[in-house]
Design a binder for this molecule. Structure first.
Ligand SMILES: [Zn+2]
Length: 290
């Protein structure tokens, strides 16, 4: 090999090494970009509705995109965005008083009507329930904090072969007023009697977006597999039976097997364990913290 050929050969080798290095760097950069894109796109989004709400033991796990069970102890602050929002029961009480921002335990009844502006305020927090979870096209919205739980609950019931459907979730003040008037007419103008069956406008939980009637607003619901499934499972999704026959003297409302109220998973389980209705539980919490 001549000196000239040798120099040319070295130049070719250098060029090949250079091209090889370029290719290697390009491959590394590509791999890095792919990795970053994959990491970003696989991040769970808030409001993903198909997963089952995780229990309090599973709070804050990266794979869980549904608000996790709230912690009454407030010891677990390393939670997902959704779980650390105002729905977290860590905010349930402030200086012994129920935090008005803590909507899960908002008590609405004949003695605790909603403030006048509530109807307007709540609307910005409402979301549309997907049609596959409901059997009513007239009223279709629920509070955004309840959405992941109610849809996961209905999906779980349906997976168990039980055709649970949301019948009546959020109702506006105007709709409630209309329903109440119809009930008043039905009972011959007796407003007090009507109020034991249909809440007066401003005193209905339905105006909060935190509750729902399921399948039908009828006593017939109590004899269905949907009802039996709810009695068995609703607390695992943060729902309680709001108006039992036993608690009618306290709630002032007849037993409504179809009406279920969202309070959060821990509160639902505690309410059931204590055998309380929401009125009693709110009072109990206030005493506990005062
Ligand atoms: Zn109801």
């Amino acid at each position: 090999m001549t000196r000239k050929n040798s120099a040319r050969h070295k130049a070719i080798v250098r060029r090949r090494i250079f091209i090889g290095l370029c290719a290697l760097i390009l491959a590394l950069v590509t791999a890095l970009i792919v990795f970053i894109v994959a990491a970003v796109t696989s991040r769970p989004e808030d409001g993903n509705t198909s997963d089952i709400p995780s229990s309090s033991e599973q709070t804050g796990t990266a794979s869980s995109s549904v608000p996790s069970g709230t912690s009454d102890e407030g010891s677990d602050n390393n939670k997902s965005d959704a779980a650390s929002s105002e729905t977290d029961s860590v905010n349930a009480t402030v200086n012994g008083e129920l935090n008005p921002k803590y909507t899960n335990l908002l008590l609405v009844n004949g003695e605790n009507p909603l403030p006048e502006n509530y109807d307007t305020d709540v609307r910005k927090d409402l979301v549309e329930i997907d049609a596959k979870y409901r059997n009513n096209n007239y009223v279709t919205q629920i509070h955004k904090d309840v959405y992941p739980y109610i849809t996961a609950m209905v999906a779980a019931a349906q997976a168990d072969g039980v055709d649970l459907r949301v019948w009546s979730p959020f109702r506006s003040y105007a709709i409630q007023k209309d329903l109440f008037q119809k009930q008043v007419n039905r009972v011959g103008g007796d407003e007090a009697k009507a109020a034991t069956v249909v809440a007066r406008p401003g005193t209905s939980e339905h105006n909060t977006g935190l509750c729902a009637d399921f399948n039908m607003a009828s006593d017939a619901f109590e004899n269905t597999e949907m009802y039996r499934w709810m009695v068995e499972n609703a607390e695992n999704y943060g729902f309680i039976m709001r108006y039992s026959e036993e608690k009618q003297p306290i709630t002032g409302v007849i037993h409504e097997s179809w009406h279920w109220r969202f309070v959060g998973i821990n509160a639902a389980k505690e309410i059931n364990d204590l055998g309380m209705c929401l009125e009693e539980y709110v009072e109990y919490l206030q005493k506990e913290t005062s």
